[in-house]
Each structure stands twice: as structure tokens, then as C-alpha cells.
Design a binder for this molecule. Sequence first.
Ligand code: ATP
Length: 201
Amino acid sequence: MPVSLPTKVGLFGGTFDPPHLGHLRAAQAAASQVGLEEVLFVVANDPWQKSDQRVVTPAAVRRDMVEQLLEGQSGFTVDDREIRRGGPSYTADTLEEIHRERPDADLFLIVGQDSAATMAATWQRPDVIFDLATVVVVTRPGGALPKSVLPSDSIYVEMNPVDVSSSQIRNLASRGEPFAHLTTDAVVQFISTRGVYVGAQ
Ligand code: ATP
């Protein structure tokens, strides 16, 4: 009788304000190197570590932009459970929910080097996160990461660093400067037609 292996599911959480090529390349590198069958882009409702520092674009708009980013990317989907749940978005709650829904899936949490460096110290209930998912770290320019801060079974993905951040795009877009080289055509089109960052700080 054939033995069916658990489905390998990646979760990639973020504010995605806006989503960009760094996000896409990070998910692609993680998916191919870890052998993920699916990657869920989990859009934070209230990114509590950021929302006290600046005005964050409404969650529904960020979700729509991620949909644009993922157009034509097979195996990558938007997951808006944190928006439907409301309130501050905690990855531990999200992992518990997904684990309850899909107890047979093997869960992998994809994080950039910068987030990986602080998650054990600053995220809510890191013990739950480390228990329910394997951490997959992707390289990010400027990110330094002592390996001792993460569980020993964490996976470090090789990727050509993509020097892009959402803040960089917000700054360029708000000044009316070009940013098309930093994200996909569909996202550029969405931002430009809706004027998402017009007047943004
Ligand atoms: P901001 O500039 O507003 O702080 P950001 O570009 O860091 O935003 P987020 O949506 O906060 O984007 O990031 C979500 C996840 O994607 C995090 O784990 C982050 O480390 C990772 N990430 C973001 N940009 C890159 C990149 N260029 N390369 C690799 N990982 C990235």
C-alpha cells in the first residue's frame, strides 16, 4: 500500500505594505529548497510591532495587493484568516488554527533574517511557534543572525539577496518616483491606479 507523506505547507506572514520582489523571491527560494507544496501568504491584520510606529495601509488593501503579487504563481495563495480574526495578529494563534484544520500537514514558517533574529525574544508565545512549525530563514541584505536564537532544526535557505523593502516602495511612491523595478507589474498598476501611497508619510 502506498504511504502518503504529509503535505509540506509554508506560511509566510507579513504586513505586505506593499508586497514586493523580495517577498516573492524569498517564498520561491523556500518552496524549491524545502520542497513546499503550498505557500500561504498570511496578511497581518494589525502588525502590532509596526502599527504603533506609523500608519499602516488598511488590511483589505494589503490583501488585494498580495493577490496581485501572486497572480500566475502556482502553489502560492493569500490567506486572510488574520484579517477575518481581527485584532493584533499573532503567528502563534495562526499556527494553532492551521494545525487544528490540517493536523496532517507539515508546517514551515518562512521568515526573513531580520525577523528571525528577533522572533524568539519579541513575538508572542515563541514556544508554541517552534513546536508547531519548522522555521525557514531566508537571507536578507543587512540581516545578521546568530544561529543560537532559533531551534536547532531550523532551515537556512540560500538565496541571492534582494535589496528591497516595503518602506522603500512607500517612500518612492509617495514622492511620485518610479518603483516598478521593486515589485511586479500587477502590484505597480494597483498602487498607481488606486493612489495607495499618495500623501503617505
Ligand atoms: P517594511 O519595510 O515596511 O518594514 P518589509 O519589506 O520588511 O516591510 P514585511 O511585510 O514586514 O516587509 O516582511 C514580511 C516578511 O518578509 C518578513 O519575514 C521579512 O523579513 C521578509 N522580507 C521582507 N523583505 C525581504 C527581502 N527583501 N528579502 C527577504 N525577506 C524579506
